[in-house]
Design a protein around this ligand. Structure first.
Ligand SMILES: [Zn+2]
Length: 333
């Protein structure tokens, strides 16, 4: 076994943002066209896959909110049913560690877009009960909780609607803290992000974003935002979406060197304890060298070549994110 394989095999690698096909299909348990399935997770030595119940933003009326809730709970039901054949559904950091110790792959549910709860933040407790470990507060388009980085003009969005978090959004952050679910500020506007970081008692994460100084995309975090995450003890999970990594980047032109540049920048700016790794596979992630989850040891190899040691790579590949989960769970009422 070469050095990279040995380092990779020795750590708990977690990918904190992966999409699933909806309606369901192709099968998760056989090798297939998905970027992430159980055989590829094993091939890639990834011990925890965070699968998002992603709800596209739609109209903010009663029917829209009802169908968003139906979709989110339906998807969580499917994700919650993936615990077999060596995959275990995990709802907290303790269960993830136990799955790792038993040689199983942890499947960790999450929800992407607070639109799922409409105007009822109290429903976040129900999502938590269904296993969700984090809530991405917005997707593209403002919702009842907060402003998004990318307004949906086709849905009538202005550039900003709430000026960050709405009153319901502030309530949602308090509920997330109470139930031990992480607030994810990927996709939110800068004001939403900064307000959430200031308001939350528990760690705030970006489960899938990159660095604005290296690629001027509105989904990326600027230096002020990175500093705010550091000051709150929080984490940014650098993601594998080509257009966030390089202006005009595609799956064919972006490489692991581009990815590692974003990791390096964030680590130099805010410290190794505040940076992590995510793919956004099956939701736009993937490039040369990290085409699917089976390629994940290549990321470890590239980080070793950049001079990161075993301990640093373990923090990047999930140690930091797991610490955030532990803190959120400890602070939950
Ligand atoms: Zn996303």
């Amino acid at each position: 076994m070469d050095a990279a394989s040995s380092v990779h095999a020795g750590l708990l690698a977690m990918d904190t943002h992966i999409d699933i096909p909806w309606p369901t299909g192709p099968d998760f348990f056989s090798p297939g066209p998905r970027h992430v399935d159980l055989p590829k997770l094993r091939e890639g030595g990834v011990g925890a896959a965070f699968l998002a119940a992603y709800v596209p933003q739609g109209k903010r009326d009663e029917a829209g909110h009802a169908s968003a809730w139906e979709r989110a709970s339906g998807m969580l039901g499917v994700i919650g049913g993936l615990g077999r054949d060596g995959a275990v559904v995990c709802r907290n950091s303790r269960e993830i560690r136990a799955a790792r110790a038993a040689g199983h792959v942890a499947i960790v549910p999450a929800v992407e877009n607070g639109y799922a709860v409409g105007e009822q933040p109290g429903r976040l407790a129900e999502l938590r009960a269904m296993g969700a470990t984090y809530l991405t507060i917005t997707h593209n388009g403002h919702n009842a909780l907060a402003d998004s980085a990318i307004p949906r003009t086709d849905l009538g969005d202005g550039s900003a609607e709430h000026g960050g978090l709405s009153a319901l959004g502030q309530e949602a952050v308090a509920i997330l803290n109470r139930v031990g679910m992480l607030a994810d500020i990927a996709h939110t506007s800068k004001a939403t992000m900064l307000q959430t970081a200031a308001l939350s008692n528990s760690p705030v994460v970006s489960t899938h974003s990159c660095v604005r100084a290296l690629c001027d995309h509105v989904r990326n975090l600027d230096d002020e935002q990175l500093d705010a995450l550091r000051d709150c003890g929080d984490v940014v999970q650098i993601t594998a979406v080509p257009s966030f990594l390089k202006a005009g980047g595609t799956a064919e032109t972006v490489t692991l060197a581009d990815y590692c540049d974003h990791v390096d920048y964030a680590v130099k700016r805010i410290g190794i304890e505040h940076v992590g790794i995510s793919s956004d596979f099956d939701g736009g992630g993937g490039f040369v060298g990290w085409r699917h989850i089976g390629d994940s040891p290549n990321v470890t190899e590239a980080l070793l070549a950049r001079g990161y040691d075993r301990a640093a790579i373990a923090l990047l590949w999930g140690g930091n994110f797991l610490r955030c989960m532990e803190q959120a769970e400890a602070l939950a009422a």
